[in-house]
Design a protein around this ligand. Structure first.
Ligand code: SF4
Length: 368
């Protein structure tokens, strides 16, 4: 695992001492540079850069327009199972939460797919909890076979798979992968994943690299902001992305910055990423990674989504349901987390167009 090994050395980097030395002149100098170093990225994440949000926003918009034009891709998540053997302290699907678990049949998956397709979606992200005995790779194969004729891009956000399993799934229509490390802080990672296979930090960390080795077209990574110091997680996410991009330049890499939302249970996040810092971090990612896609989820409230959509975002989920089979008439199940933006896809199209961008359902042409 070349990229993962290369990334691991960044975990001992002294982030705090670099950030504490950043002055306003350093931020101004970085904003004039063509190519940024990891230290420059930290400069943009630093408190000193907060005074330059407007300059960062102008630069970010310019970079995004150059590399992505004015298109913003709309996609939908589809939860197909909420069975899970892990006990992630921040998640509504964790094993000790007692509620009637469910897994969609292939017919129910088809019906949900038809609803999403009728709304115009061409890109769908399929999600499950971590329960390989209930949702094995064979189930994913069947699910992809059902949905492949309806969509242009199908991606998974499920438990980490082996390289050959991603290869198998690619053969039946898998196009992309989303995998969050949750937090790169090893000690906190261990605490918030008390038991279950997800406790294996390294196996999860290697997942995007296994997806790249399997030849997946696009892969999105990120951290869940709220678990650990956001500055650290933002920096390590960027270093992870940087090493993956270096070793696998053929992959369309993406990043997302989900912030923690309330879920079933009593977990209170130790850290917060304020709205202002959230915008600053998003701009820093765009300036440091001009060609990387940035995904914005419905965890964010409508007013915040409206602010950041024109600033560098390229992919937006819309009309999302985070409960299993949420797009059909089935009785409602519990959501994995609260959706903060419940606007319909038609409303989102209007919002995006009103900002001067083109809402699109398909951003590539190709045969799987
Ligand atoms: S975050 Fe994923 S693995 Fe953890 S409890 Fe929730 S569904 Fe399971």
């Amino acid at each position: 695992m070349k990229a993962t090994e290369a990334f691991l050395s960044w975990l001992t980097y002294d982030i705090e001492s670099v950030v504490s030395r950043v002055k306003k002149e350093d931020v101004q100098r970085v904003l004039r540079k063509e190519r940024l170093t990891p230290e420059d990225f930290l400069c943009l994440l630093s408190p000193a850069a907060e005074a330059f949000l407007e300059d960062m926003a102008i630069l970010s918009q310019k970079i995004t327009a150059k590399h992505f034009g004015r298109a913003i891709l709309l996609f939908a998540p589809l939860y197909v199972s909420d069975y899970c053997q892990n006990r992630c302290v921040y998640c509504g699907f964790r094993a000790q939460n007692t509620f009637a678990r469910t897994k969609l049949s292939l017919e129910e998956i088809r019906k949900n797919g038809e609803v999403l397709s009728s709304k115009g979606f061409r890109h769908v992200l399929l999600l499950t909890g971590d329960a390989p005995s209930i949702t094995p790779v064979e189930f994913f194969e069947d699910m992809l076979r059902v949905l492949h004729p309806m969509f242009d891009s199908l991606a998974l956000e499920v438990y980490p798979l082996k390289t050959d399993e991603y290869v198998r799934l690619k053969q039946v229509g898998l196009d992309g992968l989303t995998i969050y490390q949750e937090t790169y802080e090893r000690k906190i990672y261990d605490e918030v994943h008390p038991t279950g296979p997800k406790k294996d930090y390294l196996w999860r960390l290697e997942t995007p690299e296994r997806g790249a080795m399997a030849g997946l077209r696009w892969i999105t990574i990120g951290a869940l902001y709220g678990l650990a110091d956001p500055l650290h997680d933002a920096f390590w996410t960027a270093m992870h992305l940087m090493t993956l991009k270096k070793y696998y330049p053929e992959v369309e890499w993406g990043v997302s910055l989900p912030r923690m939302n309330p879920a079933e249970g009593d977990f209170v996040p130790k850290y917060t990423l304020s709205d202002r810092r959230f915008v600053q971090y998003l701009l820093a990612f765009r300036i440091f990674f001009p060609t990387v896609g940035i995904t914005l989820s419905t965890r964010e409230r409508p007013y915040m989504r409206d602010i950041v959509i024109p600033l560098g975002v390229t992919k937006v989920s819309a009309e999302s349901h985070t409960e299993v089979g949420g797009y059909t008439e089935k009785p409602c199940h519990i959501p994995q987390f609260e959706v903060a933006d419940t606007r319909s896809v038609e409303e989102m199209k209007r919002v995006i167009a009103h900002k001067g961008f083109d809402p699109v359902f398909k951003d590539w042409v190709g045969a799987i």
